[in-house]
Design a protein around this ligand. Sequence first.
Ligand SMILES: [Zn+2]
Length: 495
Amino acid sequence: MAEAGRQGRTPVGLLQYAAGMDLPQETPRRRLSCWLPTFNQPWEQKPGLGSTYILDALFPSLPLTPNQVEQSYFLLTDDYYLNTDSQVLDAYLEYMVELAYCWEGAGTPTEQEMRPDPGAGDGSGLHHPSSGPEERRGEASTTRITIADLQSCTPRWQTCIGNTDDTMGFALGALFVKETFDRNSKGIAEQMINEIRTAFKESLDQLSWMDPDTREAAKDKADAIYDMIGFPDFILDPKELDDVYDGYEVGEESFFNNMFNFYNFSSRVMSEQLRKRPSRDQWSMTPPTVNAYYMATKNGIVFPAGILQAPFYSHDHPKALNFGGIGVVMGHELTHAFDDQGREYDKEGNMRPWWQNSSLQSFQQRTECMVEQYSRYTVNGEKVNGRQTLGENIADNGGLKAAYNAYRSWVRLNGEEKRLPAVNLTNDQLFFLGFAQVWCSVRTPESAHEGLVTDTHSPPRYRVIGTLSNSQDFAHHFQCPVGSPMNSGSRCEVW
Ligand SMILES: [Zn+2]
């Protein structure tokens, strides 16, 4: 979350990002004051960095009680203060100080109040920055990716589309699906999910470590997983779509105001949902998103229209590529229901134990194998954190296996596909190649380091190598000799 904040996902990060959009690197502070309108909100005089205080300042029109404020994800609670790394707190505090600058200019009472006095201990155990933001910006310039750096890497059109998707993704999604989404895709995707679910359940019978009761409960849970594919229906109804954005003011003149209005608007929408019954059909990703997710508390999986495209899926692709692409993604999301966190929720999405102790112990032994396996991998000399990435690695491995078995079942039912001309690969090999291909990527060393520290997914290279080196089918079809890197003789298998 911390890194996402820097890229504009939280109000604070966003304001800073929005304000810095066109700033020359060397003079950010001065330009900020030229760019931003002056706000003359009366700032309540409160000591310290109270979260209610911050929210009041950000969204003065928002009628929230302090209790509701504490539940807001972007605010510091006491608990967070006391248990968070000092570097993170420093960075957060720096944002807030900059925010105060943005709104009131340097040297105002707000700025002075929010900048903690380094000499004064407050007895609460809170961490304070050891130096001012200006000094720290100077000294950290070699290690920190600045907003200006990010800008130089990201083409403007991507920034613009990203922002439009972040703020009006369902409206954008309506245009996107009308243009690109094949109505048959929904049925085809549903059928594939069922094929992969069946393969997953069949594999449960082969797992010697599971007791019969837990096995049956796992099958029940797999059956109960429901799916949402493509987009929510409301986006194709102009009236309903308008209602969703009712109250959000957008203009052509000011990017800053658009983003500011959006966060004001979305905070109001979020606060209105507090203590209401959760809706099962609510989408957390917009239709153009090239991603998918599993919701443990709903036992549901979601595949936005964006991921139902090449290279993950195409009507014209060989089945081997579709199963290796979107099939593995589907298997991955299904397996999340049974990873180290998802397994704690029952088929209705309630956090409730449903495992026999003996199976739980075996599960933990097997997951420990994966922790050790992935902890051996390194990027630029820096280790992957096998514990931080465990859930995703379980999902990657289970997903690949279920999708491959589903592909073999498809072939048994429908017969072998023709082989692609001019590609000297069997269809089984093509399946694995298609899987590996979706992880082709390139990143800077800084970005790779950031991923190792913050991402719950393994680096793309090891999402491929880690899973394939655990796959007997892969070793068989690529004839990897025993003892070779991809067939080392010791495999980890959970699902
Ligand atoms: Zn995942």
